[in-house]
Design a protein around this ligand. Structure first.
Ligand SMILES: Nc1ncnc2c1ncn2[C@@H]1O[C@H](COP(=O)(O)OP(=O)(O)OP(=O)(O)O)[C@@H](O)[C@H]1O
Length: 959
């Protein structure tokens, strides 16, 4: 809305360069000076100087002028518009690196006495510290109607300079007003961005551009360019990433364009939002944008709207890998050390269900609240509620921060068109209800956007009645779209919905095709209207026909009755009366409604009066309470004063007592020091006498010392001798013990060796004996063998049956004296047993052989009684028996030899063991004797030292 004071007539309005700005079309600014743009009537050449070549170096411009320039970076509690800024003293502050002298563009007044170039004395304070004075040539504005804004100029970047000069020729004049950028359009064009300079110099008549929006929302108190947004509501759009083609969309900053993919001739439709998040955007980016407001002191209502699967829940809640804005916020809140409580509700058709308790409630306020301590706890809750959630429901999550601010997160049910879902009656009804609640929400948001103080039609749906959209609420609507081509209509619906919510779109060309539920409704309504109109037309025709018919009948009746009534006049009169009557009726009705209104006003008035009375009463009570409090405070003050007085008095007393004590103490000290002094004086006077006494005492002392010394020395020597004797004694004792042990060991070894020798000798002689016995036995056997051979061959006289062996042939039989070993072994059990066993085998063999012999040769059977070994008559044995016997004996000898070998090995081992033990003992003996020698040496050396030290130590002891 233009300000009536500044733009009084149409021409002025038309001339105003802001007249066509988008900002003006979208917003109204109440602070009038902001657009108080004054147009100069004529070009004033005197305000533009020609710069001398000497001054105007290629990089430095000159600008001179009067009037106030505006420091946009400075804060002000009001919101002054261009031309109403006062240049504060800050312009000379040290952080300004350049200075300019310029004339205010808006408040320029011609002055004849204006100094020209070269007449200014630049203060030395300005030139020093390498600050460069900057002079910029002012540009003649040829056409005042065209004031292109930043971003629309051809910009020259001055090297080594922090300023930007707008080129005068290229177009301040040539631009059409259409190109004037409005708020939020100050974003530099990409092709110009290289020339933009981030200048710190705010008063150089050069526009500043930063990489961010011109004024970040931190300067919320002063809306500047780019911040002409009404902060109560933000509308964002987020595009979900998809794998396939998205050619129906194009995004440029905060403008999104969409085209019908099925229609090649279709034109692009553009929609502008506060921000458009492309599919590459992250959860963090969304979070940073959404929570760009002071959520600790302001309520928030963050709503996500879009078709199913477009990313509503993803944006709000996310998942474990990509937490959405809710968990990210919780994390931030917990990091700030604030308390946070959470509750969850679901609205399905017209029912509210608490997702924590799973109970259905009537009111939204009856909900279970959980205290959140951890980010992961939140994720867990989100996951669990997600499982419980029903299809096509609205989810409301409420966070209470420090129990004074509330943030509501609304995940709306999918916004897909009704037509897509109409399959069943119930579902259709459900879809209608969802769409209806979406529409009510839309109306509320729209109305809120226009005036946050306005009463909203919230009661029209359960959803909106649950939301905290009120004056102190930051509303954020996040639209989400799934940009696959099959979803074109859904996407368009979402874009239109967002657009309607805030009505901020810079729609260029809207397609005429009627789409979506709303469009369908419109078509339906239009059809209805048309039908009704047609019906009305029909009725009109019918009424006219009836009227004509009635008139005809009336005239006929008149003619029949012979009456002459001017029906036209009558009806005109009647019509007049009727009009009067109607007017009267209207007036009456108005009167009634007015009196009703008056009554309502009276009632409201009474209410207000009551409120005022209450307020007054309240104020009065408060006043009384305050007065009471003041009185109480006074009383307390008085008491405190008294206490102070008392404590002061008691303090004085204490100080007095203390000083008394101190005086007494000082006096005592003085007395003592006096006494001491006197003592000292007396002692000085008696010094020679004292010295003599001291001498005698000294001599006595010396003698005493001498005596003590001698005694101590004696004692010392005595104890030393005792220790020494004991030491030697123990040493001898140990030595003796070692030697004894050693001798014992040596003896043991010698004994053993002797025993071993004896044993060996014994064994040797035994073996020899056995060998001899064996040889003897062998001889016997050989002789016997020969005898047998001779017998068998009948070599003896007497033939085979009665041979007689000559005496010289008869062998000496083994006997106990000569062959004692043989008989000893035969006597031992094992050998006897073995022999018995063997003998039985031999017997068997012999028996068989004899039998065979008897059978074949009818020879004499020789029977041997093996039990009577002592009296074995070998001569009576046959040859094979004797051979077996001899073999057995040979085996036994072999066993004996083996045994001897085994035993000799054992003995060898034992000897080796004994030798090792002996060597160990020897080593130990050597070691101990070494120790003994060392100790002896030490003792001797100690003795020597003692001999030397003794006189010295005795002297010391004397001292
Ligand atoms: N911006 C995104 N980046 C990555 N994945 C996304 C994005 N948006 C949505 N998705 C994925 O798409 C799927 C559907 O998203 P989501 O459940 O949030 O949709 P919705 O609009 O809440 O659907 P409904 O209304 O049925 O609950 C999920 O698997 C989600 O991970």
């Amino acid at each position: 809305m233009l300000n009536s004071k500044t733009d009084e007539n149409f021409k002025q309005v038309k001339m105003n360069p802001l007249n066509n700005s988008t900002s003006k079309q979208l917003y109204s600014f109440s602070k009038s000076p902001r657009f108080n743009y004054k147009v100069r009537n004529e070009q004033n050449s005197t305000s533009f100087y020609e710069i001398k070549g000497t001054i105007g170096s290629p990089n430095k411009g000159v600008s001179f002028g009067l009037g106030t320039k505006v420091d946009f970076s400075k804060l002000s509690d009001k919101t002054p518009g261009p031309g109403s800024y006062k240049l504060e003293k800050e312009k000379t502050s040290s952080n300004l690196q350049k200075h300019t002298m310029g004339i205010g563009r808006t408040y320029f007044k011609q002055k004849n006495d204006m100094p020209s170039v070269g007449k200014y004395n630049i203060a030395s304070s300005i030139i020093k510290n390498e600050r460069i004075p900057h002079f910029g040539q002012k540009i003649a504005i040829k056409d005042e109607t065209c004031s292109p804004g930043p971003g629309k100029y051809d910009i020259q970047y001055k090297e080594h300079s922090q300023s930007v000069i707008y080129h005068p020729v290229s177009g301040r004049t040539s631009r059409t007003p259409d190109c004037i950028p409005g708020p939020q359009q100050y974003r530099p064009k990409t092709e110009l961005s290289a020339s933009y300079v981030n200048s710190n110099w705010s008063n150089c008549n050069v526009s500043k551009f930063s990489k961010e929006e011109r004024f970040s929302s931190k300067q919320s108190s002063i809306p500047g360019p780019g911040k002409y947004q009404i902060p109560g509501e933000f509308v964002y759009l987020r595009v979900r990433p998809i794998e396939y083609d998205q050619s129906m969309l194009s995004i440029d900053q905060n403008v999104i364009s969409i085209k019908d993919p099925t229609n090649k001739q279709a034109e692009w439709q553009q929609y502008r939002y506060d921000k458009v998040f492309p599919s590459s955007s992250t959860q963090q980016e969304l979070f940073d944008n959404v929570f760009n407001f002071d959520y600790e002191n302001k309520n928030g209502c963050i709503i996500s709207y879009g078709q199913s699967g477009s990313g509503k829940s993803y944006s709000l809640f996310g998942n474990v890998q990509h937490p959405g804005i809710v968990p990210l916020l919780i994390q931030q809140i917990l990091q700030k050390g604030l308390n946070v409580q959470v509750s969850f509700q679901e609205i399905y058709v017209d029912q509210i269900r608490d997702l924590n308790t799973n109970l259905i409630t009537e009111e939204f306020t009856k909900r279970q609240i959980l205290l959140i301590n951890d980010f992961w706890e939140m994720i867990k809750i989100l996951r669990s509620t997600d499982i419980k959630r029903q299809m096509r429901t609205h989810i409301i999550l409420t966070l209470e921060i420090n129990s004074n601010t509330k943030l509501q997160f609304v995940d709306l049910a999918g916004s897909e068109r009704v037509a897509k879902n109409i399959t069943e009656g119930e579902k259709f009804q459900e879809a209608i209800l969802i769409t209806a609640s979406h529409q009510v929400l839309n109306r509320c948001l729209n109305s809120f956007n226009q005036n946050p103080n306005k009463i909203l039609p919230k009661k029209e749906s359960k959803l909106t009645s649950a939301l905290i959209i009120e004056n102190n609420t930051q509303v954020v609507l996040i639209g989400t779209i799934n940009p696959s081509q099959s979803n074109y209509e859904e996407c368009l619906l979402t874009l239109q919905y967002l657009d309607r919510t805030k009505n901020i779109s810079a729609t260029i060309k809207k397609q005429q095709s009627m789409l979506g539920f709303d469009s369908q409704v419109n078509i339906q309504q239009e059809k209805e209207i048309k039908k009704l109109k047609d019906e009305i037309e029909d009725y009109k025709i019918k009424v006219e026909q009836l009227n004509a018919d009635r008139k005809k009948r009336f005239l006929e009746l008149q003619r029949l009755l012979g009456l002459d009534i001017d029906l036209e006049r009558l009806s005109a009169k009647n019509a007049k009366d009727i009009t009067i009557f109607k007017n009267q009726q209207d007036a009456l009705l108005k009167n009634v409604s007015l009196s009703q209104q008056i009554e309502e006003y009276h009632y409201e008035n009474a209410q207000l009066k009551k409120d005022i009375e209450d307020l007054k009463k309240d104020t009065h009570t408060k006043l009384e309470r305050y007065q009471q409090q003041v009185l109480e405070q006074k009383e307390i003050n008085k008491k405190l004063k008294d206490q102070l007085q008392l404590s002061k008095m008691s303090g004085d007393d204490a100080i007095r007592l203390l000083s008394q004590d101190r005086d007494q103490f000082i006096k005592k000290l003085q007395d003592e020091s006096k006494n001491l002094l006197e003592d000292k004086v007396a002692s000085i006077l008696n010094l020679p006498q004292t010295a003599q006494t001291k001498n005698v005492e000294n001599q006595k002392l010396q003698e005493l010392k001498k005596q003590i010394k001698t005694e101590i020395e004696k004692e010392f020597n005595k104890s030393l001798e005792i220790i020494k004797a004991e030491y030697y004694k123990s040493l001898d004792h140990y030595k003796f013990q070692y030697e004894q042990k050693l001798n014992l060991k040596v003896e043991e070894i010698e004994n053993f060796l002797n025993q071993f020798k004896k044993y060996r000798e014994k064994k040797k002689s035994q073996i020899n004996e056995i060998v001899e016995e064996l040889l003897d036995l062998y001889d016997i056997i050989t002789k016997q063998g020969k005898v047998i051979d001779k017998i068998e061959t009948g070599g003896y006289s007497g033939g085979l049956k009665s041979f007689s062996i000559p005496k010289q042939d008869k062998p000496n039989l083994p006997n106990k004296v000569k062959h004692k070993n043989l008989f000893h072994f035969l006597e031992t059990n094992s050998v006897t047993a073995t022999l018995t066993k063997k003998a039985s085998t031999i017997e068997k063999t012999i028996k068989t052989a004899t039998k065979q012999l008897r059978q074949s040769q009818s020879q004499i059977i020789l029977e041997i009684d093996y039990n009577q070994l002592d009296s074995i008559n070998f001569m009576s044995m046959d040859f094979s028996t004797v051979r077996a016997y001899a073999n057995k004996l040979r085996e036994m000898i072999k066993e004996l030899q083996d045994q001897i070998t085994v035993n000799s090995d054992k003995f060898k081992q034992q000897i080796a063991q004994l030798q090792r033990e002996r060597d160990d003992a020897q080593q130990k003996y050597n070691m101990e004797s070494r120790k003994y020698n060392q100790t002896r040496v030490v003792i001797e050396s100690q003795n020597r030292i003692l001999q030397k030290v003794r006189p010295l130590s005795s002297v010391q002891r004397k001292q």
